[in-house]
Design a protein around this ligand. Structure first.
Ligand SMILES: C[S@@+](CC[C@H](N)C(=O)[O-])C[C@H]1O[C@@H](n2cnc3c(N)ncnc32)[C@H](O)[C@@H]1O
Length: 223
């Protein structure tokens, strides 16, 4: 089955024999792939819009895997089903992802693994997950259509991180010999340098923070 490199990478990170819930499934290609290619027997695919979910059901039917996917029309973690221990959310803004998790803090205790691929605000996502009692187990970057997609795996457990690590990614920064990670950091550096140029001098705090981030990026790129 052909799916994007980004979704394939996310699928590869879902622990075997887990019971996953994909929030914001849209086409449900991730869930279908888990059943088709990774032999999952039971997955939950949810979306808060009827249209995408109807399409998802049609897609599952055309792959003949409808009996293994439970489709739920729900807002965020309202889609939780008893026994689910793994959550995936991808292709959404980081602040939306954070809100989905914060809206159901009590449910998080049941989620051993959370795999996230935000379209933006990745630092805010890392910070939120650490606050919620998760640590960063794995981090990857995928490039598709000239855009970079970070992918994070969080597991339940407490760990302390310096601000610099939350910015660069505690695992990603150790992969700074990988071409893709290097070019991701280079892209971030370009963005931060442009931002610094555009920031008026009265934005003292923001300028200070951006300068700090530029320094971290230059250091990790040089090491
Ligand atoms: C751009 S698609 C991403 C699809 C897929 N996850 C991927 O990575 O390719 C985002 C989907 O998330 C759904 N969505 C957005 N906010 C949501 C929420 N709070 N709860 C459930 N679904 C949501 C949208 O309806 C849309 O189908």
């Amino acid at each position: 089955m052909k799916i994007s490199e980004r979704l394939k990478t996310i699928a590869s990170l879902v622990p075997p024999s887990s019971y996953p819930l994909d929030i914001g499934c849209d086409h449900a290609l991730l869930s279908i792939y888990l059943v088709e290619e990774r032999n999952f027997l039971k997955v939950v695919a949810s979306d808060n819009k009827k249209g995408p979910l109807e399409q998802a059901k049609k897609n599952a039917s055309s792959y003949q895997v409808s009996d293994k996917i439970q489709f739920v029309l729900a807002e965020g973690l309202d889609a939780y089903q008893e026994g689910v221990d793994t959550l995936t959310i991808s292709g959404m803004g980081g602040l939306n992802i954070n809100r989905i998790l914060l809206d159901h803090k009590a449910l998080l205790k049941k989620l051993k693994t959370i795999i996230l691929s935000p379209n933006n605000y990745s630092v805010a996502v890392r910070r939120n997950l650490v606050k919620l009692g998760y640590f960063v187990k794995e981090e990857m970057v995928v490039k598709e259509n000239n855009l970079y997609y970070p992918i994070f795996v969080f597991e339940r457990g407490k760990k302390f991180y310096f601000e610099k690590d939350l910015f660069l990614g505690p695992i990603l920064k150790q992969k700074n010999k990988e071409t893709l990670v290097l070019s991701y950091y280079q892209k971030l550096l370009q963005e931060k340098e442009l931002l610094l140029k555009a920031l008026p001098s009265s934005f003292y705090q923001k300028r200070r923070q951006t300068k700090k981030e530029i320094k971290w990026l230059k250091k990790v790129l040089e090491s």
